[in-house]
Design a protein around this ligand. Structure first.
Ligand code: BG6
Ligand code: MG
Length: 214
């Protein structure tokens, strides 16, 4: 395929914030009196804040009021913001900056496709905003992954057809969203978890455009 654009998920792909999301949700679960494991957390990756809370509450078998849910989500986000507050350019995952630089030189467009409402702040703290030709985040979309909206919006903003876009994702919901958008998907992480992806790599260290084999 001819690649015209690469669309990147943020959390767990460009930066290690997937870990912070997990720790913040686990802290909320602890405070509500139930445990929340890393394997439970796979279900939350790529899922919006409120939908993540619903899954967490289902795991804890809790049924709070709508107002309590808003309080719980705010509590989780406050702790998450504490974790990301000190992020800086060193927090970019290994090889990411080099790969983005290679894409730029090759004239391949770069888009962000994240459902996080905190995405812009993380891009700015880590100083990579300037790489992006389009930024789609949780503030401009209405449907979280696995809905394809986030990636279809990115393709539209970049003026490219879905079949010319490659998505980079660490979440099962994100791989499904990419495929539903008609795009190929490179999984970032373990092939056991991301078996649906078109290829899986552990991360971007030493990864080059020529290594994308789809
Ligand atoms: C996704 C994460 O990128 O963003 C999810 O994978 C997270 O874990 C979602 O829930 C929403 O993030 P935020 O920052 O808006 O709470
Ligand atoms: Mg992710």
């Amino acid at each position: 395929m001819t690649i015209k654009a690469c669309l990147f998920d943020l959390d767990g792909v460009l930066v290690d914030t997937a870990r912070y999301h997990y720790l913040a949700w686990r802290n909320l679960a602890d405070s509500l009196g139930f445990s929340f494991t890393e394997s439970d957390n796979e279900r939350l990756k790529g899922v919006s804040r409120m939908a993540s809370l619903e899954i967490l509450l289902e795991i804890g078998k809790m049924n709070p009021s709508e107002n309590e849910k808003i309080t719980f989500a705010a509590q989780k986000n406050a702790l998450y913001l504490e974790y990301i507050e000190k992020m800086n350019p060193d927090d970019i995952l290994p090889g990411v900056r080099e790969f983005l630089t290679e894409l730029k030189k090759a004239g391949i467009l770069i888009g962000l496709g994240s459902v996080s409402k905190n995405a812009q702040s993380i891009l700015s703290k880590t100083d990579i905003t300037g790489f992006f030709d389009a930024i789609v985040d949780g503030n401009i979309i209405s449907q979280a992954k696995p809905d394809p909206e986030v990636f279809l919006t990115g393709a539209k903003m970049l003026n490219t057809n879905p079949e010319q876009c490659v998505v980079f994702e660490d979440a099962l919901a994100g791989v499904e969203a990419a495929h539903r958008a008609g795009m190929k998907c490179v999984g970032i992480g373990s092939p056991d978890i991301l078996s649906e992806a078109d290829m899986v790599i552990p991360g971007f260290e030493n990864f080059k455009v020529k290594d994308i084999v789809l």
